[in-house]
Write a protein of this length. Structure first.
Ligand code: SF4
Length: 247
């Protein structure tokens, strides 16, 4: 299995499971490629990202049994599968099953939805939509978005609990594009929540960081299509205890 890092938030009994796979997208600002460690470990994660680019994690990979061994004494209410693209790991379903059976965890998968994993033991998916416009999507990720948008609908049709996520990138993915994404989701079901993240710039990328006002204005536009739109901006501080590194 391609799990290289585990981070645990004791205040929420939440475990972040980080996978390192060869992602099918090639996003121009892939934060994982700058720093593969959990953001919750740092007081200032954005400062960490502005440092040297790291190309791969330095730890060995864990098997599902090794993960379960490392967390045997920890309560796990929720497990979040993150990293590059967890769906590409063939052992993700086994780990999700073990977490369900042994910990009773609520399993959340963050995915770009280019490929769909076995979702039997996944309770909720957070699907990232980089762009609705095909050309913009190609420009940002190097990959067409038709399959991703089709898979988004397919996940919904399977009655999986799901959210969408996108990133406001000044000068590239702005209010009009976010509106198109919201309209697409709203046609499927206006009750699907959308989170809009503020882009923060990294070395070698031409776009600046987004402001809270820009993100909130885009969210306001998206609320014409969707019942629940949240923002995640650079000014927001983490709540709860500091995250600990389990592995
Ligand atoms: S989908 Fe996520 S992991 Fe993959 S390249 Fe884009 S930002 Fe990186």
């Amino acid at each position: 299995m391609r799990v290289y890092h585990l981070a645990y938030d004791a205040s929420a009994a939440s475990l972040d499971v980080h996978f390192w796979t060869a992602c099918s997208l090639h996003c121009r600002a892939c934060y994982v490629a700058y720093n593969p460690l959990d953001f919750g470990l740092f007081d200032d994660p954005i400062a960490e990202l502005s440092k040297t680019k790291i190309l791969c994690p330095d730890s060995a990979y864990l098997s599902p049994d090794q993960v379960m061994g490392l967390i045997k004494d920890l309560p796990v209410k929720s497990a979040v599968f993150v990293g590059t693209e967890p769906s590409l790991d063939p052992e993700l379903p086994e780990l999700a099953r073990l977490l369900h059976n042994n910990k009773g965890s609520y399993n959340i998968l963050l995915t770009n939805a280019f490929q769909l994993a076995d979702m039997s033991d996944i309770d909720e998916l957070i699907v990232s939509i980089k762009a609705f416009d095909r050309q913009k999507h190609l420009e940002y990720t190097g990959v067409d978005n038709i399959r991703i948008l089709d898979n988004f609908k397919s996940i919904y049709c399977r009655r999986k609990k799901m959210q969408a996520e996108t990133v406001y990138i000044p000068g590239f993915i702005e209010m009009d594009e976010i509106e198109r994404i919201a309209a697409f989701i709203g046609e499927i079901d206006p009750a699907i929540p959308l989170r809009i993240d503020a882009f923060f710039t990294v070395p070698g990328v031409k776009w600046r960081s987004a402001t809270a006002d820009e993100v909130e204005a885009a969210a306001e536009r998206a609320r014409a299509y969707l019942q629940k739109v949240n923002c995640l901006t650079l000014e927001m501080k983490r709540i709860g205890e500091k995250v600990i590194r389990v592995y």
